[in-house]
Design a protein around this ligand. Structure first.
Ligand SMILES: C[S@@+](CC[C@H](N)C(=O)[O-])C[C@H]1O[C@@H](n2cnc3c(N)ncnc32)[C@H](O)[C@@H]1O
Length: 760
């Protein structure tokens, strides 16, 4: 099929086969129970879903809780899908066209602030495309989360699994004794610095016509499916109304939802709780908490209802009470409910066009020809495509194998967009595996400059290397340090991305084990590590960088401890940084105060993303600008943040926070001292030749001295590249340090430009 169909030129493919649609619907019917339950309350009129006081929640609530459970983004395109009966195709086309036109205009400036409104308002009507392409892409197998199913069904290889799952499953982050949970998370827009805007790499400018056609190609099939779904919805709603007539809680009545102390008959007290009753009580409790004076029982306190709500949430959704309470505290009760609901359904399957290899329009056309139904992910990205359904495993198409795209969560675009890497810069990705973000950075840099992609977990760096090779990235050095070794390993970067290991409370839909396996200890240990890493990230940046001087800190967690508190800590410890706008056109402002704690007022520049608000993984993105040298980095020899004097660097509190369990068993693509030696030796000879010295005349001791001196010189000349030192990716530690467990070395600090890695 591949070649023949691929060769077909532009023009819409035939509408989607009806049989595909029905297959989809059948599968959907099997998994939609929860959302149906959600609809029920809505249809019965018992839930007043929209809460004008809470704009974030409104994104989802107008669509009813049902919409957030579906695999569709809460964005402008979602809007276009609403009320599509009859005119659906046209509306979608309009939406896509306007999106494409917007793209065009944005090509000059990617400051898409005006898009924000559309995006923010768009959560109301998502299409019920359903529980995801994940199912549709091949159906789930075995007892995995739906996303995991999707991963399999997408036919991905090892490294891609890691990519799709935000890097969660491959290996664990054994460091610090922190487990898989660290591996979550999986990321544009522009830099707050306007001079950078134009330099952004977008291949999709002036493509509005093409995109319109492209989308039209999908419309017929999609709109038919959507019409059918709407009919189904109407039938369900009718049924629910009938059922609701049996219920006694009439709007305005005081509701009796609290468990009586001596009574063991409530839904929560049963061995096998009646989920429907439980859910009904949850929604009733929310109503009461929303309108406490009117609906609560006399003599009952708000705390009692809150406790009841949390207890029911634990039973209904399977959270530990510790985590349920922690998450509950982030939101209004109604929004908390929406959050818990959203965690019960997978996020949409998204692919990122690898602009090193292709253009989004061409990629989309190729995939459409293969039977993939897709759409641009939203106006906010020029490279993302949301996949609704596919007849082929997305992880095994010729386009995939040719590195034209990578499967990655939409939220994972965001930190990279905030980082806004520029061509020819030097970038550090501190916790990079499996490399969704690294490879995006490389694409935005058009394969110029250099990226140091580091990860402490050797096993996971395999996936990173795999992705780097497949996607044709050539400006990246993979290294394997505990990132707290930076900047002693190397510093002086223009920008640093710290996509930190975290608890994964933003990706519960992907990894439901988070519901029960995160304890108070995790929320102490993780922030401790994150704080250490963030200080190291800051210290690794060259504040004198002409184009940069930025640090982006992100997590796929929604907890305050791992986000605002970490940022606040960094602001306190490093007065030489300030928070700046992320440039992201959507997202909810970070907390400036929380439970009596006040944060820096600029904390509002940080952005939070929630599954129920935007139908993306929960995420946090913050951006700092470094304005001066780090306090204790000034040495006699200078103040370069390139860590010229390793000993003088005290970057962070290094109190051990857990056992270091590094996986020594997993040999990593051959980190090998003798192999390293060969490359180092070759580099040394080349360097000497460039200086006009015959390498053969230099004996062993002089070799070492020369090596150290030249490194030092290069460092002091502010990052002059060590040219010609061809290093094999992942086979060498930087500057000859042992890649694993490298000891900080005074000589290791100089700003040595990364040798370009031939990835393919
Ligand atoms: C959220 S994941 C990174 C995902 C990656 N940025 C991407 O987009 O594919 C967090 C990563 O941090 C790594 N990690 C954990 N502790 C680390 C440390 N001390 N130094 C460097 N990396 C660490 C984990 O191995 C894991 O790969």
């Amino acid at each position: 099929m591949g070649v023949g169909r691929r060769m077909k030129k532009q023009g819409p493919p035939p509408p989607l086969d009806e049989s595909r649609v029905s297959a989809l619907k059948k599968r959907k019917a099997g998994v939609i129970d929860d959302s149906a339950r959600g609809k029920k309350r809505k249809a019965s009129g018992e839930i007043k879903v929209p809460t004008p006081a809470n704009p974030a929640y409104n994104h989802t609530t107008n669509s009813g809780l049902k919409h957030v459970t579906k695999g569709k983004f809460a964005n402008g395109f979602g809007n276009a899908h609403k009320g599509r009966k009859g005119g659906q195709g046209v509306r979608m086309a309009d939406a896509v066209m306007s999106g494409a036109l917007q793209d065009e205009s944005e090509s000059e400036s990617e400051s898409q602030n005006d898009d924000a409104a559309g995006f923010l308002g768009g959560g109301k009507e998502e299409v019920s495309t359903d529980d995801d392409a994940a199912d549709l892409l091949g159906g789930g197998e075995e007892a995995m989360s739906t996303d995991d199913d999707a991963a399999d069904l997408l036919g991905r290889g090892e490294e891609e699994d890691a990519g799709l799952l935000g890097g969660e499953e491959e290996g664990t982050s054994e460091d610090d004794g922190l487990g898989d949970e660290f591996l979550g998370s999986g990321s544009s827009v522009y830099d707050s610095d306007p001079q950078h805007e134009k330099a952004r790499f977008s291949e999709d400018e002036n493509e509005s016509d093409a995109e319109e056609k492209l989308t039209a190609a999908n419309i017929v099939g999609l709109s038919r499916r959507l019409d059918e779904e709407q009919e189904e919805d109407a039938a369900e709603a009718q049924l629910e109304l009938e059922e609701a007539a049996l219920q006694t809680n009439i709007d305005g009545d005081r509701l009796n939802v609290l468990d009586d102390e001596d009574e063991n008959t409530g839904p929560a007290s049963r061995i096998a709780p009646d989920l429907q009753l439980l859910r009904s009580r949850i929604t009733d409790t929310i109503r009461i908490l929303d309108d406490f004076s009117k609906l609560s029982e006399p003599g009952r306190s708000r705390a009692e209802y809150t406790a009841q709500f949390i207890k029911d949430v634990c039973l209904y959704y399977g959270y530990s009470s510790y985590l349920a309470e922690k998450l509950f505290n982030l939101f209004t009760p109604r929004e908390a409910f929406a959050f818990f609901e959203a965690n019960e359904s997978p996020r949409p399957v998204v692919i990122r066009t690898n602009t090193i290899r292709t253009h989004r329009r061409e990629l989309a056309q190729s995939l459409i020809n293969r039977g993939v139904t897709l759409e641009p992910v939203g106006k906010w990205s020029k490279v993302g495509l949301q996949v609704f359904e596919s007849q082929v495993p997305l992880g095994a198409t010729p386009e995939y194998l040719a590195g034209q795209y990578i499967i990655m969560a939409a939220s994972s675009f965001l930190p990279v967009m905030a980082l806004a890497p520029q061509e020819h810069e030097r970038i550090l990705d501190m916790a990079a595996a499996p490399g969704g973000k690294t490879t995006y950075i490389a694409a935005l840099m058009k394969n110029t400059g250099s990226i140091f992609a580091n990860d402490t977990n050797k096993g996971r760096t395999k996936a990173l290397i795999g992705n780097i090779h497949r996607l044709g990235v050539k400006n990246t050095v993979v290294c394997n340090y505990d990132a707290r070794e930076f900047p002693r390993v190397i510093g002086g970067f223009d920008r640093v991305l710290l996509d930190a290991p975290c608890s994964g409370t933003g990706v519960i839909a992907k990894d439901p084990s988070v519901k029960t396996n995160k304890t108070e200890k995790d929320f102490m240990q993780l922030p401790h590590l994150q704080k250490q890493l963030l200080l190291c990230a800051i210290d690794s940046v060259d504040h004198t960088s002409k184009t940069g001087g930025y640090i982006v800190y992100s997590t796929c967690s929604v907890s305050i401890e791992e986000n605002e508190q970490v940022v606040q800590y960094a602001l306190k410890k490093r007065p030489n940084v300030k928070l700046v706008e992320t440039g992201l056109t959507f997202g909810i402002d970070g907390f400036v105060s929380y439970m009596g704690k006040e944060f820096d007022p600029k904390m509002k520049t940080t952005k939070r993303f929630y599954p129920h608000a935007y139908n993306v993984d929960g995420f946090f993105v913050s951006k700092f600008k470094k304005t001066g040298p780090s306090p204790n980095m000034s040495t006699k020899e200078g103040t370069a943040d390139g860590a010229r004097n390793g000993e003088s660097l005290s970057t962070a509190d290094r109190t051990p926070i857990a056992t270091d369990n590094e996986d020594e068993e997993q040999p990593f693509g051959g980190f090998d001292d003798s192999e390293d030696e060969r490359y180092m030796e070759k580099a040394r000879r080349n360097r000497l030749r460039r200086k006009g010295i015959d390498p053969k005349t230099v004996n062993g001791k002089e070799k070492a001295n020369d090596h150290a001196k030249s490194l030092e010189k290069e460092g002091s000349t502010n990052g002059t590249a060590v040219k010609g030192s061809s290093s094999k990716v992942a086979t060498t530690g930087l500057n000859g340090l042992k890649p694993s467990k490298a000891k900080a070395s005074a000589n290791a600090g100089p700003r040595v430009k990364a040798p370009t890695v031939g990835a393919e």
